[in-house]
Design a protein around this ligand. Sequence first.
Ligand code: NAD
Length: 311
Amino acid sequence: MAKVLINDGIHPTGLKKLQDAGFEVSTDKIEQADLMAELPNYDAICVRSATKVRQELIDNCPNLKVVGRGGVGLDNIDVDYARSKNIHVVNTPAASSRSVAELVFAHLFSVSRSLYQANRQMPEDGDNNFKGLKKAYSKGFELEGKTLGVIGFGRIGQQTGRLALGVGMDVVASDPYVETATIDMGRFGEVNIQTSSMDQLLAESDVITLHIPFTGAPVLGKEEFAKMKDGVVLINAARGGTVDEDALLEALDNGKVAAAGLDVFINEPNPRQDLLQHPRVSLSPHIGASTNEAQEKIGIELADQLIDLLK
Ligand code: NAD
């Protein structure tokens, strides 16, 4: 029976599926340096982002049939080389879309009622300045009727659009590779959204959210901020670097951007202090995909693919 090494962890549901399929599964972490000696004993390895599967390691494992990556990126695997050796490389790109979309709305709801600021100030000042804080945070806004601009209308962008429609927002999306997307609203039917130009999105949106990969240069910089509505809200749960952080800080300081919600940063895990300390930024430490449900979906998708390929 096939032997599978789970080197960066897997949700118990995924593990059980593999065991029920009869595979001999090890979840004992093998350090990178020891993989050269140990991995030749396995038919498959599952990793997250920690373990690297490089050409040298692949060359040393002639029996390896599958490399599974729980999550989206494949930067830690020499994918083309592995495939040239007839090794299957699989990942789980859709499993975390819902969780990331929900985090976007967590930031957005938080920003709309200044919850992130109130949560910072109530413990310090809530007992002797309750009325002052009440006044300070009484200028919230509703999401219903506002326009959400979604930059990048792939898996996560469309999930975010779906949530936006659910709370009564209008959705404008921009994506050079997607012309129309059909959003399944469950028992409420389907909604077709045709993508627009970036300029239209920048001009019309009350809230802008990014769902694109980082391709080496920011998609939102000084020029793009200038085209946005005054008082726009910006959410970034895509990748650090997709937004020019200097331009964002300037836009926050001059009021162009009323508030931002950020899950991702340039130079993680050491984001710049002036962004972290900014009073109008709602923060989270790159946790978009980090929910129990997403981890379970990742584990199940990975296990299903391994079972398909190894049986
Ligand atoms: P996806 O490939 O399904 O969609 C990305 C879309 O962006 C594609 O349709 C592509 O055509 C479009 N695109 C690329 N460049 C563009 C541009 N300049 N302008 C407009 N559209 C552009 O990917 P996805 O699964 O939706 O993931 C989107 C991003 O979310 C990725 O960068 C991923 O790394 C990130 N992500 C973040 C977290 C987190 O923890 N915060 C978790 C998972 C994924």
